[in-house]
Structures are given as C-alpha cells and as structure tokens.
Design a protein around this ligand. Structure first.
Ligand code: 5AD
Length: 364
C-alpha cells in the first residue's frame, strides 16, 4: 500500500537527477514485469471540435469564436478506422468536443455500429477495439454507445482537488457529476479511463498524489494524462507566462506522474499523450520509458488537425499519418519495446477484476 507521503516522495524525485533516474528505472522494471514490453497503438480520430462546454483551459471551448468548427462525416470516420485497421493498430480512439444533443448521440451510435461491422476481418475477428472519448453523458447514452460497440471510455477527471476543479471550469460543471459519470461507465462494463492535467496553476505535489490515490481507490483501468499547456484564446491565458517559464519542470513532473501511477497501479494501461510531445519532440517515447504502454498516433487528416488545437504548439501538424506511424515504430524499437499488432490491447487490470469477480483464481 502506498500512502500519500510515499507518492509525494515519488513525484518529488523529478527535482533531483539521480532520484529521477531511479524512479524511471523502477517504473520501467514494473512495466516490463507486470505487463511486458508491448506498446499498443490506438489510431486517434479527432472527429469533431464542436463543443458545448466552456472549460477555462481548452482551446476548443465553446466561447472561442476564432476556431473553425468541423465534424467529419460517418464515411470519413469509417475510412480512418479502416485505415487504422489496415495498419495493424487493432484499436482506435474516437474523440470529439462534448455534445449531448440527440442528433450527435444518434450519429455517434450509428458510426460505432458501422465501424464494428466494417472492420471485421481474418486478423480482427471482432472488429477494431474502440475507445470512446466524447465527454459526460447520461447513463442511457453511455449504455447505447457500449451496446453499439465501444468497450473502453476515457473521461478525464482533470483534477480531484475540488477547489482546483472549480477554478478551471464554469460553475455548471462539477466534480461530483464527473465522478458519477465514471461510476456509470464502470457499472455498464466499460474499461474505464481517466486522467488529469499536470502543472495547473496552484497545483501541488500533494494534489497530484491524491489524484493517483483516486486512480487506485476507484480501481481505474486506463489513464491518459499530460502537462497543462496554455492557449492564448482561453481565460487561463492569464497564466501563459508562468506556464511557459515552467515547461521543463511541468514536463518532468508529468513523467514522474506516469512513473508513480505505474508503480501504484501496475497493471493498468497508461497512454503517453501528445501534450508530452508538445514540450519535447521525444516526449511520448520518454512517456514509454517512464511506464506508459499506449500510444495514440494521429489519424485525423492534416487539414482538420489545425482546428483541433486544445493547446498551442500541438506537434506534427503537417505530418501525414503514415509518416507518424513509421517514425513512432522505429523509435519504439530503438528503446527495446515492440508494437503489438491486430490486438485490442486491453487493460490487464480490467480482466484481473473480471476474473476475481467470477470466482476463478487469479492467473488462470
Ligand atoms: N493543455 C493540456 N491539456 C488540455 N486538455 C484540454 N485543454 C488542454 C490544455 N490547454 C485536455 C483535457 C481534456 C483532454 C481532451 O484534453 O484534459 O480532457
């Protein structure tokens, strides 16, 4: 059992070169021992930047009138899904701004069904694995998406500190609602993912350690988290200078968060996110070295990527998806890891829970 103080100590090691190197070694050893060297790819499809929320940190918030809004058609999304399947990714992550209008829900449900039916093949008997990431929804909506074929869902809590959560969201949004949504996802049977932003103004090591304790207590299956990066067309651009000045520190803290999460929750899936790469071109590979085992290579067509700017400086804007994949695979092999092919790459922790609930001894 790790206490709050233990986790704070792990995180603080990012301030000392030697301790940081030891943390990295421990996290990597834990990864290899508990889940092995494989890295799972999810073809990332950012299918729409239309959003009904107004989060103070996010570049595609509703009130940002400078963003040109788009929504890919079902055909375009399916084409990207099929492309991902052809690359051997095994899974996709479908992500968009948050909407809860009936037209959107119908659209997502129908698109999920089509993706599932069109990506069944000899290599993928049950079609592509799908992680959905379209924000807070009602339990009924989550259920419809599950029935249509999404089996993993990512909904970031952003921070478990009630005061920080209030500072970065409009008063309409609440930590309780977010938590309830996560409970629904779990009850329905999704592999449930969450995550936080690292380096928020005023966030302490203790806040971050409590986030990790929450991951453990909730028994989360997957994590996607990364540095907070300022965007000039948001209310939080107030902190842009501070954010800019601290980037290297925030980067290290993010790697320490990945490492500490791996040590505390050894069998979950942890993604090395694009935000890491924004600070350092090798950031996602560093994420893997510190305990991550999932990567989400971009598949969104370059023309649309420019409009999916949650934060500034988002990398690989002009790269095409094929180049992204080849470069990533090479880098992964260089650090002695392998990309898994044509598999869903599910969270081992999820199956551990399923097994123990069904009464058979673990490990069978
Ligand atoms: N910096 C870093 N991450 C951000 N996100 C949104 N805006 C930013 C930002 N400025 C993250 C949030 C959200 C996810 C889709 O992107 O954590 O849940």
């Amino acid at each position: 059992m790790h206490t709050l103080d233990d986790i704070v100590a792990l995180l603080q090691s990012c301030e000392n070169e030697e301790q940081f190197a030891r943390l990295q070694e421990e996290a990597l050893a834990t990864t290899l021992r508990e889940i092995g060297p494989e890295v799972h790819f999810r073809g990332l499809i950012e299918f729409s930047n239309i959003c009904s929320r107004d989060c103070f940190y996010c570049g595609i918030r509703k009130s940002n009138k400078k963003v040109e809004r788009y929504c890919l058609s079902a055909e375009e999304i399916i084409e990207l899904a099929e492309w991902s399947a052809k690359q051997g990714y095994g899974s996709i992550a479908l992500q968009s701004g948050e909407r809860s209008d009936p037209a959107f829900i119908d659209f997502v449900e129908e698109t999920l069904r089509q993706i599932k039916s069109k990506t069944r093949s000899a290599a993928l008997l049950n079609g592509l694995g799908i992680t959905l990431c379209v924000g807070e929804q009602t339990k009924e909506t989550f259920q419809r998406f599950f029935d249509a074929g999404a089996h993993r869902y990512l909904l970031r809590i952003e921070t478990t500190s009630p005061s920080l959560f209030r500072q970065i969201h409009p008063s309409k949004q609440s930590l309780q609602t977010r938590l309830r949504s996560l409970e629904y996802l779990k009850e329905i049977g999704y592999q449930t993912g969450t995550g936080v932003m690292i380096g928020l103004p005023g966030q302490t090591y203790e806040d971050l350690a409590r986030d990790i304790l929450f991951f453990k207590e909730f028994d989360i299956d997957m994590i996607g988290m990364g540095p907070y990066l300022s965007h000039h067309d948001t209310p939080m651009s107030l902190y842009a200078e501070e954010n800019q000045k601290n980037r290297l520190h925030i980067f290290k803290k993010s790697l320490a968060m990945i490492a500490a999460t791996r040590i505390v929750c050894p069998k979950i899936n942890i993604a090395a996110t694009t935000a890491l790469q924004t600070i350092d071109p090798a950031g996602r590979i560093d994420g893997l070295r510190f305990g991550a085992n999932v990567l989400m290579p971009q598949t969104t067509p370059p023309g649309f990527r420019r409009n999916y700017l949650l934060y500034e400086g988002k990398p690989a804007m002009d790269e095409n998806a094929e180049e992204t994949r080849l470069a990533l695979e090479r880098e992964i092999n260089e650090i002695g890891r392998q990309v898994s092919k044509n598999r869903w790459g599910d969270s081992l922790r999820f199956y551990e829970k399923v097994r123990s609930a069904s009464g058979s001894p673990p490990g069978k």
